[in-house]
Design a protein around this ligand. Structure first.
Ligand code: BG6
Length: 473
């Protein structure tokens, strides 16, 4: 792409998430979150010390400055502040985030702060998690506490990171604790509750008169039919409603369309389960929030191609990086297939940059209340090789991936879609929830033994992009 320059003020960021990078899971009075117990039981991933961001954030933020990265996505680990999810407050946790935000500002790095990035306090999960009113009310209280406490330090808030991944993996895919499978009714109920509590939090933020911005982050995978057949087209619609549209309607339109609800019912019916209740009074809350929402964050990694499928659900997650091992067939939805001509990562994520543009266009065209978009995550999992202190880590495939996706962002901006920033997932290497430490995404390589950081080739590429606001070759 020639002669495109990203607008002045565009954020070139790096993304992180508390539990994946902080480590220190037992330090300073932090309470347990759902992953502590689950990972202990699984015995596969040790969340400590991750990349030790809890202690090494100053170094990471200095690297941001050095590499012209002017924004960072961080999340607050709810259980650092409320160890039981509600009630008692842990001052050391509160203080930690003050120090983190202060350092961000000292280095000229704007923090975009997520309140919930998959790390539900265990105490609240024990009470029913996203399905319980107590958890929802506690979430609102925790959010209000953070708004008040960090008002002078945080200008960009994100309520929930990827509610679709959360509910989908907790109740259908079975890879997020408590790892239930095939419970489509509970999945949609959790989705419904997430949309609603997000709306309550947005409304509370606005009612309190804060001057910052508040948004939500959605994982949006663009879904295409594998062929032109009616069956495949319908499977794509069903998958889209399960993974994207139910959330987009709830949070960006403030109303579920009749078509959306009909598709939801079709999925739930096909699985012999009970359709969820949609309450008119809840839709008032959703609409009020959608009208006040400042931005939507889009996490885009891959697209999906669907074939019609009428068997039972069979999901095999490729958590090892052994290409070709992923299987995803859902009863009442459809089967994901891998078109032969499209490349994929070692974890079977189909690389399809055009899907990024199509999704941005869809969000902007179909949801007229949307007026500001950030790409809050985009990046490539890769088995980076460290070949010695004096050799640069050559992650050219990641550079190609980032470049192709940045070109789609540029195309979207040129088409008038208001994309105001982009965050690479991830700033530095950390662990992946279901794939462990070998699936690296960082611009900065982390030696997990010494915790030393090394800029990869992609970090230099990104630096040039951020410095010039032009996509380097
Ligand atoms: C997003 C999450 O789903 O994708 C991140 O917000 C996550 O937390 C990232 O790590 C990459 O996913 P994975 O499964 O490869 O770690």
């Amino acid at each position: 792409m020639k002669e495109f320059k990203f607008p002045k003020g565009f954020y070139f960021g790096g993304a992180t998430a508390a539990y994946q990078c902080e480590g220190a899971t037992k330090e300073d009075g932090k309470g347990e979150v759902i992953w502590d117990k689950y990972l202990r039981e699984q015995g596969t991933i040790n969340p400590d010390p991750a990349c030790d961001f809890y202690h090494r954030y100053p170094e990471d933020l200095e690297l941001c400055k050095e590499f012209h990265i002017n924004a960072i996505r961080v999340s607050i680990d709810w259980a650092r502040i409320f160890p039981e999810g509600e009630g008692r407050i842990e001052p050391r946790g509160v203080e930690y985030y003050h120090k983190l935000f202060k350092k961000c500002h000292e280095e000229g790095v704007e923090p975009f702060v997520t309140l919930h990035h998959f790390d539900t306090p265990q105490a609240l999960q024990d009470k029913g998690g996203w399905l319980s009113q107590e958890m929802l009310d506690a979430f609102v209280e925790y959010a209000k506490f953070c708004f008040k406490e960090y008002a002078g330090e945080v200008r960009y808030w994100i309520t929930i990171n990827e509610p679709t991944s959360m509910a989908g993996q907790q109740y259908v895919g079975g890879t997020f604790p408590p790892a239930y499978k095939d419970q489509f009714d509970k999945c949609f109920k959790a989705e419904y509750n997430q949309n609603l509590v997000h709306a309550r939090i947005v409304n509370a933020y606005k009612e309190a008169g804060y001057t910052g911005q508040i948004g939500i982050v959605h994982a949006l995978q663009t879904v295409y039919p594998a062929t032109d057949s009616e069956g495949d087209k319908h499977a794509a619609e069903l998958k889209d409603v399960l993974e994207n549209k139910f959330y987009l309607d709830g949070t960006l339109a403030g109303k579920y369309s009749k078509h959306t609800l009909a598709l939801v019912k079709e999925i739930i019916d096909a699985n012999g389960q009970q359709m969820i209740d949609i309450k008119p009074e809840d839709e008032k809350v959703l609409l009020k929030a959608a009208k006040q929402l400042d931005f939507v964050g889009v996490n885009y990694y891959f697209s999906k191609f669907m074939k019609e499928y009428h068997g039972d659900t069979e999901i095999i997650h490729n958590g090892t990086g052994e290409k070709g091992t992923d299987v995803n067939r859902m009863k009442g939805v459809g089967e994901e297939i891998h078109p032969k001509d499209l490349p994929a990562t070692d974890w079977d994520w189909i690389i399809y940059p055009q899907g990024m543009y199509d999704q941005l266009k869809r969000v902007y065209d179909d949801y007229p209340l949307v007026h500001s978009i950030y790409i809050t995550e985009n990046g490539m999992g890769y088995k980076d090789k460290f070949e010695g202190e004096d050799k640069i880590i050559d992650d050219t495939p990641r550079i190609d991936y980032l470049k192709q996706h940045m070109e789609e962002v540029a195309k979207a901006i040129e088409a008038g879609i208001p994309v105001n920033g982009y965050f690479v997932w991830s700033l530095q290497d950390m662990f992946s929830w279901t794939n462990g430490y070998s699936k690296r995404y960082g611009l900065f390589y982390v030696d997990f033994k010494t915790q030393k950081r090394y800029a990869k080739k992609s970090a230099y590429w990104y630096k040039k992009l951020a410095e010039t606001r032009e996509i380097p070759p």
